[in-house]
Design a protein around this ligand. Sequence first.
Ligand SMILES: [Mn+2]
Length: 356
Amino acid sequence: MKLGLGLYRHMLTADNFAFAKQAGATHIVAHLTDYFRSDDSLGTASGADSWGYTNNQGKYWTYEELRDLRALVNDAGLELAALENFDPAFWYDILLDGPRKQEQMEGIKQIIRNMGKAGIPVMGYNFSIAGVWGRVSGDWARGEAESVGFLGPDGPAETPIPNGAVWNMVYDPHAPAGTLAPVTSEQLWARLAGFLKEVVPVAEEAGVRLAAHPDDPPMPTLRGHARLVYQPRLYQRLLDLVPSHANGLEFCLGTLSEMTEGNIYDVVEQYSSQDALCYVHFRNVRGKVPHYYEVFVDEGDMDMIRIMRILHKNNFSGVIIPDHTPQMSCPGPWYAGMAHALGYMKAVLTLIEQEN
Ligand SMILES: [Mn+2]
């Protein structure tokens, strides 16, 4: 098992690579999508529900930029373990079954081939229309540290998704007024199956693994749209669509613990024993949908040491990253939270390795 740190595009800097190393990480997971970018000329991109806009249609990540990114990480003495999340501009019509679906499928395949050539082994993705939505901030972690939670009916009202938006980002600010037609569970599963049947063989050939994140928050529907993996057993359904080493999981412990069914230790056993885990989002929570809060790694519902023992027993050799943490009260709230989580993870890993 290896320690990693996830960094957003604007955070892929020499200082942050040094921070990662200082905290004990050896690997980086990079988000290349520019979330929370705003442009005042695009009125629809603003608003509390939006993560900003994207105009990257057709601008699929090239071999050269991926090669250069990996070199940047390697030059800092770290490894690039994975990329996390496609830009919604790349695949909105794959998610929505729209007219540009086939063209976008070819674009996604090209990204996977480019990643293989550049030596980036994992692509994390979240096959979701509503995406990560509806969480609110509050002082719910130890010492009143600010974190995020999901409050179900006590949280924000589930507004319909406007046309021209998917996964919280606006890809067409000039879309006609109105909202997306709701999607059913079976429709969305069929879209995922079509995606995996086309892309998994390309990933196999490229030596890249596709890693699926579960739906966060894990509700059966959100904003009128069905969601795919909102119970632990539905991860198995995803794997069974196209059985392959290249069809794997971005295994989010927090999201899995927020689900209403299953025992989290059995869930970790079930999927790690199949070698289905590409990398792990290692975070802790208190509660389950429709009411949960993200907390520090050592104070939530899960015994994270027990989880790590199961991963170790099943020879999981991939990367674990903190995912999110509460914000600590100091001049660097994000950094302190990440350093705290990584220090804890490193200690547990050392302990477990010494026992064997
Ligand atoms: Mn996650």
